[in-house]
Design a protein around this ligand. Structure first.
Ligand SMILES: Nc1ncnc2c1ncn2[C@@H]1O[C@H](COP(=O)(O)OP(=O)(O)OP(=O)(O)O)[C@@H](O)[C@H]1O
Length: 938
């Protein structure tokens, strides 16, 4: 029997309607202390931003193998995600800040505890909360929401996602508070803008595939909310039940193969958990607190062209995009506070209306990949998520309900369902209860009336619009006429203005002409006056000119007389010039004669100068020859000195060489002695080491024997241990058999219990149609009895099993004690072997110590010999130093002597050079004097 209870009904998604369903609520309430948490109204007033966190998955195995470059870095501390890429001239470097950031190494547990756990707590406080997973296909939306492997063998898997962890936390808290609560879950899929119930029984699903069946409908409740009619709600009592439901629903999720991800989920899924918790007011009134958690796994956000979906799936992709696009538009409208928010454009946004800008607390997990190949999609996801951060919701705690009112509500719901079941059984053509049919008909009628009314209103509005249009047209015509008139008037005004302007211009021109004429007359009068004055002046000038002309004639006469005088003068000058030229010719001839005589005298002087000069040069040549001889002798002296020095040095080097040869032979002898001693020492050492080697070989043989013994012993022990383990294995298989048997019996008993329970429930259902309230009490007592019986049975069988177990344990104890005895014998044997080995090791150690002492003595002897050799070398070195010192001293003295002689020879040479220099100087001066004399003569 399935522990959860199923019902089909109207499932509201808005907070105000969560309490409409839940027929098992009253039965599933558990005993508990009620604890209500306080609620501040500040959130309600201010509005709370949607919490956005980003999770980056690690590289997949294939990506890591191909060394795919990573372009995303997450700074969890600074809550930042950076995308950095530079290829050729394209440079991307963008950083986004979020409420929380989880890097590739983040664990499921961390993400849940840091970001999701507080949200779950708020659900238990009575809030409605929604968690979205948004991102490209394959970035880990489903991994984050649902996680890896399911719960196995009672262990909670470490990679369990948000949903199983949230469920666990809810149950843990409720159990710890021992609260009275009831819980129900729904799981739907939105695919091609069609809703599918993932919790519907198989038959219904088959029916859904049939085109004749209407898909599950999304209905307006007339109060701004929506509900999904016909959605299955499962009442759950344990976390395990939810895990099973989740697994069942996930398996049904439709997936389509795309080029990006073969397992890619192409649909949106919404998993909702609604919790009712009983609380008691101080006045003792029982209240029901309600909270809801929506967990939404969206389809991959990548665009359709990249996803590679074609033909048949084109519509699917389009519809998925329609929902995601509308989600984007809704986010944009909310962020930009534009008046119209297009919630109604897609089913996804209609369903999640309250989570986007409504009274729900919302958290968006944006999942991204670090790979370079997904960079474009990653950036668009980050942009999308970053924008969503600015959405403000106004979270409100759901109103608590009085328990009695809730029960009343539930009764009426039961009645309605009963009628539905009755109608379905009857199959009278109306597959819904008559009342509901009538109610729907009435609603439809009301709607039609409303539409008609609206149409009438629209018509009257149209009429008004037409009238207004006519009025407007008339006004337009009038305006056109008036504007024509205005135009004409404006034109005539313009013409008048133009002629006025022209007249004014003419007037100013006439004024100007008059002024000009006046000015001309004035000027004419003035010039007439000036002409008269000038005529008077001209007359006087004429008189003056006549007197001037007579003067001029007298001047011309004087000029003629002067010209005559000039001609006479020129003739006189000509004759004088001829006389003077003749005199000059004579003087020049005399001067040429004189010059010739002077040149002859100069020639004689030059001859005498050349002969004197030749004499002086001869003198100079003699002096230079002397000087050359002198330098030659000086250099020869120096050569002799150098020869002497060379001889000296060779002598000294010969001495030094013989000394060194003597020393080296002495050293050679010394080293030969030392080498002989060292050889004998080494031989000694070798013989002692050979002895030691022989001893060590003996010792190794002893050790080998000991090890062989130890191996033998270990084999014996392993045999014993094998026997022990075989016995253990036998007992363990016995135990497994016992456990399996007990499990079979338990299963059998549980099956019987389930059967009985089902029968009882069926019977009770019949009874409850009449007396639901009384039956509740009696049924619970009956169930208690039933359960008690089953528990007693289980206890009995458990007791028999335990006695069998005890028997097995005793047998095991026996075998353990026998093994203990064997082990003791083995230990004793091992101990004696150990002692033997230890003594052998001890004797080997003593031998080694002796050999070491011997070696140490030898080494000391060697060290003493080396010290002696060192002393010998030192004394030899001292002797060498002394002899080299005396040789060098002798050399130095000889050198000093040669130096003194050398400086004497140098000073005599210098004196000689001084005298020769003086001679040269005097002969040069003499030559110069001669030159000067010659110059004076010339
Ligand atoms: N944070 C993570 N750590 C380790 N593995 C991860 C992580 N996120 C995702 N994966 C692995 O990456 C693969 C794809 O993840 P998943 O199916 O959850 O992606 P998705 O976004 O839900 O894809 P789809 O849109 O197709 O549903 C899975 O094999 C999953 O195990």
């Amino acid at each position: 029997m399935e522990p959860q209870q199923r019902r089909v009904g109207l499932v509201p998604l808005s907070p105000s309607h969560t309490a409409r369903s839940g027929d098992k609520l009253a039965r599933d309430l558990r005993p508990a202390d009620s604890s209500s948490s306080g609620h501040s109204k500040s959130d309600k007033d201010k509005g709370v931003n949607v919490q956005v966190l980003v999770r980056c998955r690690p590289l997949g195995e294939d990506e890591a193998r191909l060394n795919t470059p990573i372009v995303i870095s997450c700074n969890e501390g600074r809550r930042e995600v950076s995308a950095v890429q530079s290829i050729a001239n394209k440079q991307i470097d963008r950083t986004f800040a979020f409420d929380k950031v989880f890097g590739p190494n983040s664990k499921q547990k961390e993400l849940f505890e840091q970001a999701m756990s507080p949200i779950v707590n708020e659900v238990l406080e009575g809030y409605n909360c929604t968690i979205f997973a948004y991102g490209q296909t394959g970035t880990g939306k489903t991994y984050t929401m649902e996680g890896g492997a399911r719960k196995k063998n009672g262990e909670f898997p470490s990679d369990a996602g948000v949903i199983p962890r949230a469920v666990k936390q809810i149950f843990d808290i409720l159990e710890s508070q021992t609260a009275e609560y009831s819980m129900k879950v729904t799981f739907l899929e939105l695919y091609n803008e069609e809703i599918t119930d993932l919790l519907a029984p198989e038959e219904t699903l088959k029916f859904v595939d049939d085109k004749s069946k209407k898909p599950i409908a999304l209905m307006e409740d007339g109060k701004g909310g929506v509900f999904v009619r016909g959605l299955e709600e499962e009442v759950v009592c344990t976390a395990d039940e939810i895990y099973k439901i989740l697994e069942k629903g996930s398996a049904k999720r439709r997936t389509a193969e795309t080029l990006l991800n073969k397992q890619s989920s192409r649909s949106h899924s919404i998993f909702s958990i609604t919790i009712h918790i009983k609380e008691c007011t101080p006045e003792g009134e029982e209240m029901i607190k309600c909270g809801k958690l929506n967990l939404v796994d969206l389809a991959g956000s990548e665009n359709i062209s990249r996803s590679g979906a074609r033909e048949g799936r084109a519509r699917e992709a389009g519809e998925i995009n329609k929902s995601l696009l509308t989600l984007g538009r809704v986010i944009n409208a909310l962020v930009e506070h534009s008046g119209h928010v297009p919630y109604r454009d897609s089913k996804l946004t209609r369903l999640l209306r309250d989570s986007l800008g409504g009274k729900t607390k919302t958290c968006i997990v944006a999942t991204i990949s670090p790979s370079i190949h997904c960079l474009d999609e990653t950036l668009s996801t980050l942009d999308y998520a970053h924008r969503a951060k600015n959405i403000k919701n106004k979270p409100e705690i759901n109103q608590k309900m009085v328990k009695s009112a809730l029960i009343k509500d539930l009764y009426s719901e039961i009645d309605r369902l009963k009628q539905e079941v009755y109608a379905a059984r009857e199959k009278n053509g109306i597959y819904i209860p008559r009342d509901r049919h009538l109610q729907e008909e009435a609603e439809k009628k009301a709607m039609v009336e409303k539409i008609e009314r609206m149409e009438q209103e629209a018509e009257s509005k149209d009429k008004q619009l037409m009238e207004l249009q006519e009025l407007y047209n008339r006004q337009q015509l009038l305006t056109v006429e008036l504007s024509d008139k205005l135009e004409k008037t404006e034109k005539s005004l313009e013409e008048t203005e133009q002629s006025l302007f022209e007249l004014e211009e003419k007037h100013t021109q006439a004024n100007a002409t008059i002024k000009e004429k006046e000015f001309l007359i004035f000027n004419l009068l003035k010039s007439e006056k000036t002409l008269v004055e000038q005529a008077i002046e001209l007359r006087s000038d004429l008189k003056n000119a006549a007197s001037d002309v007579s003067n001029l004639f007298s001047t011309i006469e004087r000029k003629d007389k002067i010209a005559e005088g000039n001609r006479l003068l020129i003739q006189k000058f000509q004759s004088q010039l001829a006389q003077q030229l003749e005199d000059l010719h004579k003087a020049v001839a005399a001067s040429v004669m004189q010059q010739e005589q002077q040149l002859k005298a100069m020639e004689q002087d030059m001859h005498s100068f050349v002969s004197t000069k030749a004499e002086a040069i001869e003198n100079l040549r003699v002096q230079v020859g002397k000087l050359k001889n002198m330098y030659g002798s000086g250099i020869r002296v120096l050569d002799n000195l150098a020869e002497e020095l060379k001889g000296n040095n060779q002598l000294k080097f010969g001495e030094l060489n013989s000394e060194v040869a003597k020393h080296s032979s002495a050293l050679e002898d010394l080293f030969k002695g030392i080498a002989l001693e060292a050889n004998s020492l080494l031989k000694d050492l070798q013989t002692s080491l050979q002895k030691q080697e022989a001893k060590l070989t003996d010792y190794a043989r002893q050790q080998e024997a000991a090890h062989a013994r130890a191996v033998e012993n270990t084999r014996a022990v392993s045999k014993i241990t094998m026997n022990f383990f075989e016995t253990l294995h036998m007992h363990a298989s016995n135990l497994i058999q016992i456990v399996e048997e007990s499990q079979c019996t338990n299963d059998q008993k549980l099956y019987e219990l389930q059967k009985k329970f089902e029968e009882c429930t069926a019977f009770e259902e019949k009874q409850m149609l009449e007396k639901v309230a009384e039956m509740l009490a009696s049924s619970s007592s009956r169930k208690k009895k039933l359960v008690q019986m089953a528990v007693n049975d289980l206890r009995e069988s458990a007791n028999t099993k335990i006695s069998k177990l005890r028997q097995e344990t005793l047998t095991m104890q026996d075998s353990t004690s026998s093994i203990k005895a064997q082990w003791k014998i083995h230990m004793e044997k091992s101990e004696s072997n150990y002692h033997e080995d230890t003594s052998a090791v001890e004797s080997g150690k003593n031998d080694l110590v002796k050999v070491l002492q011997h070696c140490r003595k030898k080494a000391e002897l060697g060290a003493q010999q080396w010290r002696n050799a060192q002393e010998c070398i030192l004394s030899q070195e001292k002797r060498n130093a002394a002899s080299v010192d005396t040789i060098i001293r002798g050399g130095m003295e000889a050198n000093n002597l040669v130096r003194a002689r050398f400086s004497g020879a140098a000073s005599t040479t210098l004196e000689d050079a001084e005298i020769a220099n003086k001679d040269i100087k005097s002969s040069i001066e003499h030559s110069l004097q001669l030159d000067r004399d010659a110059c004076g003569n010339i």
